[in-house]
Design a protein. Structure first.
Length: 206
């Protein structure tokens, strides 16, 4: 498999984390690309020119992070990251909404000075704040506490992957804001997982 990726994208990160959790990381050739540089091989794989893009061993081109995760689960690889039922998917959806809003701000700034304080930017920042608050409550409900280890969620599915990804991405992109205080449960969970390979080896860097 080949994964077109970059070291900062939260959409890429959830796929990379899932690959590590599933033990598939070694079977993937990860190519870091600049999604704005119009690399021909990358555009051939994904006409939208967005990461993540996965090319399977059969040459099938898969785009959209959640469709890639769905495919990885469907191959029978374990743990299934989309498991856990509606409550888990609900929590994961909130987390994805948070980092999707953050990506929208980063991309919006490319073409519109003052984007953050305009109609769209203001709504996206509200989404980040309110999403983190809501995520904290939802996350506390779906994680399965283990006696003596209150912040461990096994298996480490999409709610955990997306929550860690959302918090880390906001801290990375907007370090002047105090995001952690909005989601103390998620922040404590993230800290407890700092040495987990899927978390440690995918921290956004730029
Ligand atoms: N809905 C897509 C979003 C992917 C996305 O927005 N990727 C960004 C990086 S975070 C990108 O490649 N942007 C380049 C562009 O918008 O042209 C997914 O789930 O994979």
């Amino acid at each position: 498999m080949k994964l077109f990726a970059n070291p900062t994208s939260p959409f890429v990160r959830i796929v990379r984390m899932a690959l590590i959790e599933k033990g598939l990381n070694e079977s993937v050739d990860t190519a870091f690309v600049d999604a704005w540089a119009d690399d021909p091989a990358f555009l051939d794989a994904n006409p939208a020119g967005r990461v993540p893009t996965l090319v399977t061993d059969d040459g099938v081109r898969l785009t959209e992070a959640l469709l890639i995760l769905s495919h990885l689960d469907a191959t029978g690889s374990t743990p299934a990251v989309l498991a856990g039922g509606p409550a888990a998917l609900s929590a994961a959806g909130i987390a994805i909404g948070v980092f999707d809003a953050a990506v929208a701000v980063i991309i919006g700034r490319k073409s519109a000075p003052g984007f953050d304080t305009g109609l769209v930017g203001t709504k996206r920042f509200r989404t980040m704040r309110e999403g983190l608050r809501r995520l904290d409550a939802a996350f506390a409900q779906v994680r399965k506490p283990v006696v003596g280890e209150p912040f461990v969620q096994e298996p480490f599915g999409l709610p955990a992957i997306a929550a860690v990804t959302a918090l880390d991405y906001l801290v990375f992109r907007f370090p002047d804001h105090d995001w952690r205080s909005l989601c103390p449960t998620v922040a404590a969970f993230r800290d407890a997982q700092a040495d987990r390979p899927s978390v440690r080896d995918t921290v956004p860097r730029g």
